[in-house]
Write a protein that binds this ligand. Structure first.
Ligand SMILES: C[S@@+](CC[C@H](N)C(=O)[O-])C[C@H]1O[C@@H](n2cnc3c(N)ncnc32)[C@H](O)[C@@H]1O
Length: 351
């Protein structure tokens, strides 16, 4: 007999995700088959890990999310008995089943996935598990007006721009999602919706695949470096590098709307560490030197904006993402969104 306390999905969420997983999982850069390697497959299914279930080329395009993060979004969403829920990003169908567990027989769950193959498989998984959820293949950016209004919108793909449709279809409830600036991975946020406006504070860290059509195309190729010049930014490489890869990366991203980044190399002592920045097709790179002077290429303003954002972060005592929140307001297709620090009326950045 297997010990169910050893299964992260059962322990954290009260339902086993194994019946929702496909027989092939992408683990450590290779497909692992349940038939040929049942031990590795089973261990992954029971682990507190995200499991890629579909690739488009070499890019993961669908997955079973990490149970801890599933719990974070579900808890933030505060789904209750009798609620009508719209889910965006059906994936395997597992989180749709968890939502149905929570809304009970009086409530309803409808889940939208953009990928026809994924939607069809999720439908089969939910049927086989005896869970009554409607799965619709479509673009979740539009929500699903015909089944609304909803009490909750539960989103399991990363969002850069909140669509107005979700506010219209959930006019007095909660929208929970992994939201991130273009610069970094996401944080869970639950927005309380009222009078065409929705607001909430950032919570736990999350890393999701970005909603199709909101993915950045900027880094398909590395740009040409161009001419190098030396400037002084008033910060040494340790400060400039400090937020990258840690919790400061999200915060710096909040301060630099629309900017994406990449890094190369690891050791500035060898002159190898380089940060590349991009906004709207304009690029710049900064090579972290070992003192204040540093080599840059491309648009100097982008580099200075980065240095200012990093300085702001240090000057404010390196605040964590929980000090910030997101407010969105109905406005055409994309809701108007701004990020704030402290409270919704304090310092703000339009995203
Ligand atoms: C991380 S997976 C969802 C995991 C899922 N909740 C589960 O329990 O397995 C993200 C899903 O979002 C879907 N997706 C991406 N863009 C979308 C869009 N515009 N509308 C609806 N679904 C989308 C992908 O096809 C993918 O299946």
């Amino acid at each position: 007999m297997t010990d169910e306390t050893d299964n992260a999905s059962v322990r954290l969420l009260g339902r086993d995700r194994t019946p929702f997983l496909p027989n092939r999982l992408w683990i450590g850069g290779a497909w692992v088959s349940r038939v040929n390697d049942p031990a590795t497959w089973e261990a992954a299914a029971r682990a507190d890990e995200a499991l890629t279930t579909q690739l488009h080329g070499s890019v993961p395009s669908s997955s079973a999310s990490m149970p801890t993060v599933v719990k974070d979004i579900l808890d933030a969403c505060e789904v209750r008995d009798g609620h009508r829920v719209l889910e965006i990003g059906t994936g395997t169908g597992y989180t749709a089943a968890l939502l149905k567990d929570r809304v009970g027989a009086r409530g309803s769950v409808v889940s939208v996935d953009v990928d026809p193959e994924i939607a069809a498989t999720a439908r089969r998984n939910l049927d086989a598990a005896g869970v009554d959820v409607e799965v619709v293949c479509g673009d979740g950016f539009e929500g699903l007006a015909r089944e609304g209004p909803y009490d909750r919108v539960h989103v399991t793909c990363a969002i850069r721009h909140v669509p107005t449709a979700w506010l219209d279809q959930c006019p007095a409830g909660k929208i929970a999602m992994p939201w991130g600036p273009a610069f970094s991975t996401e944080r869970v946020v639950a927005l309380d919706v009222a009078d065409g406006e929705a607001s909430g504070r950032f919570g736990a860290a999350a890393s999701f695949m970005v909603m199709r059509a909101q993915r950045s195309q900027a880094w398909d190729d590395w740009p040409d470096g161009g001419e190098t010049k030396e400037i002084s930014l008033g910060l040494g490489w340790r400060e400039l590098d400090g937020p990258l890869g840690g919790f400061g990366e999200f915060v710096v991203g909040l301060l630099m709307p629309g900017v994406t980044h990449r890094t190369s190399g690891a050791d500035p002592e060898d002159g190898e560490r380089v940060l590349w920045l991009e906004r709207g097709g304009v690029y710049a790179s900064v090579g972290f030197g070992t003192d204040i002077a540093t080599n840059i290429t491309g648009d100097e303003r982008l580099i200075r904006e980065y240095a200012e954002a990093v300085s702001w972060w240090y000057d404010h005592g390196r605040p964590e993402s929980g000090g910030f929140g997101l407010t969105v307001r109905s406005n055409g297709e994309n809701a108007r969104q701004h990020v704030w620090f402290g409270s919704p009326t304090d310092a703000r950045w339009e995203h």
